[in-house]
Design a binder for this molecule. Structure first.
Ligand SMILES: [Zn+2]
Length: 186
């Protein structure tokens, strides 16, 4: 039987780090590896549509499950990307689908990362959402159908749209890191 002290230490480190599997790597900068490879289907190069089974979801991070599958919403100003300004690409954290570029991101001050356009039309799937007595449009990942957030029509030009997205379901790669990987392949 596990010693209570050890149990609470493990429990506490889990709570303190959330989805991050490596507490030792925790730092003040945005952790790029926290959500990667949570599912076997995670791939930034394979664009085929994927189905993540409920069994796989149960093994992944509880917070991501709540957002992606139960259509939850993270608390405003708590996610890691609402005020994130680095140049790069935002991927679906569940499947690796490229969703948004940093040059499509803007400062909405609403507490969630906000974008005025996705990377491509096929990045996103749209669905009407009439829950909570509101008429909203839900946005989902075009590859794995994970819930991402909602899109509103009060965004800046040129689209006039505001894609209001949960940080938990985003995985960010800096432009510089992506370039480095690309150069290595040449
Ligand atoms: Zn996805």
């Amino acid at each position: 039987m596990m010693q209570p002290l050890i149990f609470f230490t493990i429990l506490f480190s889990f709570i303190a780090t959330g989805c991050n599997n490596s507490p030792a790597k925790q730092s003040n900068s945005v952790n790029m590896d926290s959500n990667k490879k949570v599912h076997p289907v995670f791939s930034k190069t394979d664009t085929a549509k994927v189905d993540i089974s409920n069994e796989e979801w149960k093994r992944s991070c509880r917070q991501m499950y709540n957002i992606a599958r139960e259509k939850g919403t993270e608390r405003a100003f708590t996610g890691k990307f609402w005020d994130h300004k680095e140049g790069g690409t935002y991927y679906c954290a569940a499947c690796g689908n490229p969703l948004f570029n940093s040059n499509g991101k803007f400062d909405s001050n609403c507490g969630w990362p906000s974008f005025f356009e996705p990377i491509s039309k096929s990045s996103i799937i749209y669905a009407p959402d009439n829950t909570y007595g509101m008429k909203r449009t839900e946005v989902m990942c075009g590859k794995c159908r994970s819930h991402l957030g909602h899109v509103f029509d009060d965004g800046p030009p040129p689209t006039g749209l505001r894609y209001c997205i949960n940080s938990v379901i985003l995985d960010f790669e800096k432009a510089a890191e992506a370039k480095e990987k690309f150069d290595k392949k040449q």
